[in-house]
Design a protein around this ligand. Structure first.
Ligand code: ADP
Length: 370
């Protein structure tokens, strides 16, 4: 196990700045996921931690030791990439043994560790096969096993499940999360998939254009997104965004008017917010409920043009005034035509974003916590 600390880490290729002043603390045994759209700098950040990419500026510490200029092989890390990078001419056993042979381990030690890793990853019945005789999921398990045998302080994963089909991805996601529980190592995992991030991470780091947008637990990012970007990135279907205008601002609430003329008073921190400002109201599809629960609710009349029945939930797609919306139907609507439906949202379930994308802090717990 190890602690990893990034202090004002930057990366530039020539004149092009890729990452700027990244500060981050990763605790012993923590599972941290870097998530963000393609090109946001996730892999570059991971590769700098791994010693595969030079750090342009700032300090990287592993267990309180500055490792900027320490060779990758000396950092005691286990790396797993999207491409499995197994040796095709070697059997699974030989692939697993390879890092230990390079480290000049004894034959007994090699046998014991290969056996242990193979059992942990359930590839013990495949030890005499070559990589081409394995499925994608099995190959990725061997690649993880090869990282495990050297008992690294920190595991680095770079999109390890991207080459697998959906069903296998879900299985492997669970396996890696279980592995983390069993081994207790510090793990840093890069993905563009917010579902992977939400299901596996203790802590998620959302990157955008080479900057950290927000760091938090999956719960924090979902319920307290710091920006419209994070709000839209985390959660599926995506949060709905509606144009609104602030009509009055008080210490503990802000009244906004939607384009349809409807007004709603929201319990958000309104410090220094000007009346008349154009803002964005955010509503998660799951936060719609049946009208009449409370007179403070925001009421929305949805013209439905498409209904998605998932069995355990029904999503309604349509328009409310000029805005396109998706709403999880309160209760399950029977398969059939729905043309118009009245929906309500509790003010405490709404999010409000300023023109610069920053979220106004919500002052009341969402209704789902009650
Ligand atoms: P992500 O992993 O989030 O998709 P990357 O870390 O791979 O993002 O890349 C971040 C940015 O750095 C991208 O704009 C990419 O084009 C750029 N980049 C990556 N590697 C190089 C390189 N060797 N030379 C120049 N630019 C690079």
């Amino acid at each position: 196990m190890a602690e990893v600390r990034l202090e004002r880490i930057s990366k530039a290729y020539g004149n092009v700045q890729i990452l700027r002043d990244i500060d981050l603390d990763i605790a012993h045994g923590e599972f941290v996921v870097f998530v963000g759209p393609s090109g946001s700098g996730k892999s570059t950040l991971l590769r700098m931690i791994g010693g595969l990419e030079r750090i342009s500026d700032g300090r990287l510490l592993i267990d309180n030791r500055i490792v900027n200029n320490i060779d990758a092989s000396e950092r005691n890390l286990g790396m797993v990439f999207q491409s499995y990078a197994l040796y095709p001419h070697m059997t699974v056993r030989q692939n697993l043994a390879f890092p230990l042979r390079m480290a000049k381990a004894s034959a007994e030690e090699i046998e014991a560790k290969v056996k242990e890793a193979a059992a942990l990853l359930q590839v013990d019945h495949l030890l005499d096969r070559k990589p081409r005789q394995l499925s994608g999921g099995q190959r990725q398990r061997v690649a993880i096993g090869r990282a495990i045998v050297r008992e690294p302080k920190v595991f680095l994963f770079d999109e390890p499940l991207s080459n697998l089909d959906t069903e296998l991805r879900v299985q492997m996601r669970v396996q890696i999360a279980k592995l983390h529980k069993q081994l207790g190592n510090t793990m840093i995992y890069v993905t563009h998939d917010q579902v992977e991030a939400m299901t596996m991470a203790d802590k998620i780091v959302v990157l955008k254009d080479g900057n950290i947008e927000q760091v938090g637990t999956p719960h924090d990012l979902y319920h307290k997104p710091a920006s419209q970007f994070v709000a839209g990135f985390i959660g599926s279907p995506k949060m709905n965004f509606l144009d609104a205008t602030i009509v009055s601002a008080h210490q503990d609430r802000v009244e906004v008017r939607l384009e349809t003329g409807v007004t709603v008073s929201l319990p958000v921190d309104a410090d220094a917010q000007a009346v008349g400002k154009h803002v964005t109201l955010g509503i998660r599809p799951d936060d719609f409920r049946a009208p009449a629960d409370s007179e403070d609710d925001l009421l929305v009349e949805l013209d439905v043009d498409f209904v998605e029945h998932l069995g355990n939930a029904t999503y309604l797609y349509g328009n409310a005034g000029a805005a396109s919306l998706v709403a999880r139907a309160p209760g399950l609507t029977a398969a059939g035509r729905v043309e118009k439906i009245g929906l309500a949202v509790a003010p405490s379930d709404c999010h409000l974003f300023l023109p610069n994308g920053k979220a106004l802090r919500r002052l009341r717990a969402p209704t789902s916590w009650n």
